[in-house]
Design a protein around this ligand. Structure first.
Ligand SMILES: [Zn+2]
Ligand SMILES: [Zn+2]
Length: 94
């Protein structure tokens, strides 16, 4: 399902890898040099209008598809109950 078809109220934005959640700060820089909060524009640079397919997580440094950041409550609960053990261990270490 495309993330913009999900009910907006139910959406939680978080990293698929480490569960980092955007804090409203500017963590992203485009190849054009523009810096912005990518979740305000769904991954599109306001400077050069480049649409970024992947978003780098400031928490773990991994790039994942931007749409994968948008999760429903159900998806988050499922992840929390079946989360990848290796990734969880990495999270605890860092
Ligand atoms: Zn992360
Ligand atoms: Zn740009």
């Amino acid at each position: 399902m495309l993330f913009w078809n999900k009910k907006k109220d139910d959406l939680i934005i978080q990293c698929s890898v480490c569960e980092w959640r955007p804090d409203g700060e500017i963590h992203w820089a485009c190849s054009c040099g523009h810096r912005w909060n990518t979740f305000k524009t769904k991954g599109k640079c306001p400077g050069c209008k480049k649409q970024w397919e992947n978003t780098r997580c400031p928490g773990c440094g991994k790039s994942t598809p931007h749409k994968d950041w948008y999760k429903t409550k159900e998806e988050v609960e499922k992840l929390e109950s079946t989360g990848d053990l290796v990734l969880r261990r990495e999270k605890e270490v860092s």
